[in-house]
Design a protein around this ligand. Structure first.
Ligand code: C2E
Ligand code: MG
Ligand code: MG
Length: 678
């Protein structure tokens, strides 16, 4: 009796048995190869195991290798179940369901576990029970995969899928009874369960193949295209060492080879290329808060999204610890606008919550240089896209910036300034000035804002000129700590001398606030000097808040527990969601001085200002106006119920001794006024 006649109950030609063996071998080898190449594919070992089991079974049956006769009846259903389980995982992966269809993925994954469990249990049961136990699960699996394949089809991979379905149908017709382990007569198994298992296995195999083709199609668009250039022409050795472990992208060395070739091609074909540097600026800070593995998983998730978003023929690599470089062609006619749109698309992809890193959301900055407009040498192009990136990071606007020659000039100046600022900090040359905050109805002193100044060569450099330099050079943390210490020292000094100042507001920059040691820096200053903690207030901008509302809230809450209050500075310029104000533990808003422009002449300006004031009051916040320069502005604000403000009408920011003198004079003036009223 031939094995075929045993399997199918019909004559089973050796040629077809040979096809089976070849097919199983191919699946096993393919599975192992994919696994070795892309470790993020967990189903591949299962797939290979299942294929090898089937193979052993076939060979044992043919008498070519000795096999324990008792286990033989189990081998086929078991192999089928393992195969379905592997297929299931693979199907999920190839459909990107992990990222895009999380519910479906979760469901299929549950089913997958169940199937493996059942396969284990089936081993312990009499052979006749195997199929009734496994068949319904296999059918469910198959249905899940069909749904997944259908969704994939809707994503537009129908040509590949159509071709494959045709090929499979052909295979099904060529092989009597179609598919591999179908029809094996397990002793005592009812025909009904045989049929169910048969249909389920058939569907599973079909969907698996759909998934494979869809995946291969995807690979050919994404990963493979990154490596394609290396394969044809350059013949760069593509060993594992050339691939970054975390992101599975070509490493810097390989990337440079590929880029060189790409630029050469672009030169010959007269194409324009965009060199896009992407920096996950906020991820750098987040790394401090999550463990290393989660941080890497998050990064690989982002890399996966990027691989899926970039076009075929594009290059992608990891840059530094938290960045990427993407090379893409600028299509004639599409020009920069199109490129900007694509960059913004990437930003959106990056910004979605990272399932593998606790759902955190990451923002990014993007800088672009263009071949041949900004140079023909790859180092120059990379440097220039980096310069543009550096600019966006500095501006903190989360924009896409394209390199301009002026940037270079500016960046030299920046470097010089950063060096001088570092020295000034070391030599303690910076000073704090204080601008009074007064009650608008009577001019009574309500507080002060500490504003930093840099006296250099007899000129006071305003913070607008050096704070951005401090931020981009990392000096801001040190500078912020210095300001905090200095302000607390001053508050304690005034307090000890009985100079009655309700509070001093200190500005905090975004980088400083996000620094993991920020709370400790504040605490340190509070401990170092004897002051009442409610005399310190922090001013944070909307940027900080909107970057990560929950984290900001938590930090402010911690500060509040330590007695330190906070205000939202430059309120209104972010013109983004105001909803955040509801959950933020702040005590005041400081309306940006731009809103005072046109008051009291322009009706619209007054309406906008009134709306903001009402909003602040309705939320129970103290409303402070900045930049009051005229009596009319003061009167308008006072009428609208704003009872505190600052501006040149009252005083500019002053050095501490001048501020003290102003305080005393102001008190005397108020005293006289009260005496007059009395
Ligand atoms: P800010 O916190 O909004 O400070 C108010 C700015 O408005 C100050 O500019 C102040 O001098 C100016 N100002 C006040 N009243 C008037 C007015 O009536 N008319 C006009 N035209 N301007 C007025 P300054 O001192 O140049 O500071 C600019 C910005 O630099 C500040 O804006 C703040 O964001 C930042 N800054 C200042 N000191 C520090 C600091 O110690 N640390 C940090 N991180 N940032 C600081
Ligand atoms: Mg301020
Ligand atoms: Mg302000």
């Amino acid at each position: 009796m031939t094995p075929g006649s045993l399997i199918l109950g019909t004559p089973y030609p050796d040629a077809i048995a040979g096809v089976h063996v070849g097919f199983l071998l191919a699946i096993g080898v393919l599975g192992l190869a994919i696994y070795a190449r892309y470790r993020d594919e967990p189903s591949m070992p299962w797939l290979s195991l299942s294929a090898l089991l089937s193979l052993i079974w076939l060979l044992a049956w043919r008498g070519q290798i000795p096999g324990p006769a008792r286990l033989l009846p189990h081998a086929m259903p078991l192999s089928g179940a393992l195969f379905s389980a592997a297929v299931l995982r693979y199907g999920c992966l190839s459909l990107d369901s992990r990222n895009r269809l999380p519910d479906l993925d979760r469901g299929l994954r549950g089913l997958n576990g169940l199937l493996l469990l059942a396969a284990g249990a089936a081993l312990l049961l009499p052979p006749a029970w195997s199929l009734p136990l496994l068949a319904p699960l296999v059918v469910l699996t198959a249905l899940g995969l069909v749904v997944a394949a259908w969704l994939r089809l809707r994503q537009g991979h129908w040509v590949a899928i159509g071709l494959l379905s045709g090929a499979l149908l052909l295979l099904a017709v060529l092989l009597p009874n179609g598919l591999l382990w179908i029809g094996y007569p397990l002793p005592g198994t009812p025909a009904f369960w045989m049929n169910v298992f048969q249909v389920g296995s058939g569907l599973a195999l079909l969907s698996f193949s759909l998934g494979t083709i869809a995946s291969l199609h995807r690979l050919s668009e994404g990963r493979v295209s990154e490596l394609k250039l290396a394969l044809d022409g350059q013949r760069v050795a593509l060993n594992k060492a050339s691939i970054d472990d975390v992101t599975r992208l070509p490493d810097r060395k390989l990337f440079r080879e590929l880029l060189r070739k790409r630029v050469q091609d672009a030169h010959e074909l007269q194409q324009r290329l965009a060199i896009v540097s992407i920096s996950l600026s906020s991820y750098r800070t987040l790394r401090h808060g999550i463990d290393g593995n989660a941080a890497d998983s998050g990064l690989s998730e982002i890399a996966l999204r990027l691989r899926q978003s970039v076009g075929s023929g594009d290059l992608l690599t990891r840059m530094g610890s938290d960045g990427f470089i993407w090379i893409t062609q600028i299509h004639a006619g599409g020009e920069l606008l199109d490129l900007q749109g694509r960059c913004l698309g990437l930003r959106r992809d990056i910004g979605a919550p990272l399932a593998n890193a606790g759902g955190v959301m990451v923002s990014c900055d993007i800088g672009v240089s263009i071949y041949p407009d900004h140079g023909g040498d790859i180092d120059l192009l990379l440097r220039r896209s980096d310069e543009a990136l550096y600019r966006t990071e500095q501006a903190g606007l989360g924009e896409v910036m394209v390199f301009r020659p002026e940037l270079q000039q500016q960046s030299h100046q920046h470097l010089r300034l950063a060096k001088q600022l570092r020295q000034a900090l070391i030599r303690n040359e910076l000073v704090l000035h204080y601008q009074p905050l007064v009650g608008l109805e009577n001019g009574e002193l309500r507080g002060a804002e500490a504003l930093i100044r840099w006296p250099r060569d007899g000129v006071m450099i305003p913070p607008g000129e050096f704070i951005p330099v401090a931020e981009s050079s990392g000096l801001i943390v040190q500078l912020g700590e210095w300001v905090m210490q200095q302000a607390c020292r001053q508050i304690a000094d005034w307090q000890s001398r009985g100079l009655d100042l309700p509070y001093v507001a200190v500005n905090v920059s975004a980088h400083q606030f996000r620094h993991p040691e920020f709370i400790r820096h504040v605490e340190k200053a509070l401990i170092a000097f004897p002051l009442s903690r409610d005399r310190l207030m922090l001013e944070i901008t909307e940027n900080i808040v909107l970057d990560d509302i929950d984290r900001t809230s938590a930090l402010l809450q911690q500060l509040l527990l330590r007695g330190v209050s906070a205000a939202v500075d430059d309120f209104g310029v972010g013109y983004s969601s105001l909803n955040y104000l509801r959950k933020l533990p702040v005590q005041a808003i400081k309306i940006d001085r731009s809103f005072l422009q046109g008051i009291p002449e322009e009706q619209e300006a007054m309406s906008v200002m009134s709306t903001i004031i009402t909003l602040g009051h309705d939320l129970g916040l103290r409303v402070v106006a900045e930049g009051i320069e005229t009596v009319e502005q003061q009167m308008f604000l006072s009428r609208k119920g704003v009872n505190c403000g600052q501006g040149w009408l009252f005083s500019k920011a002053m050095a501490a001794p001048d501020f003290e003198a102003w305080m005393i004079k102001n008190q005397q003036r108020l005293g006289r006024a009260q005496a007059l009223v009395g």
